[in-house]
Design a protein around this ligand. Sequence first.
Ligand SMILES: [Zn+2]
Length: 85
Amino acid sequence: MKKVRCNFCGSDRYEERKIEYLYSHKGKHLLVFDTPVEICLNCGMVYYDGAVLKDIERRFFAIQNKIEKPEHYIKMPAEVYVYHG
Ligand SMILES: [Zn+2]
């Protein structure tokens, strides 16, 4: 995923980072560490890769449907699924 320009401010200065991404759906949450994103160095806008988000969504529903298991749970205050992507 390489963006040429920021959609928001038009800057072409980007930095790749890994962040913690919290996916939420109807009061359930999946916290994913090391989610790759690109951040605009000018305005701080965060860009997610569509394929990465799709995979997180797929995993959320796999856990929800008990096809996969999260690595662990934390309470914050609701139950949050966690995996390290
Ligand atoms: Zn920007």
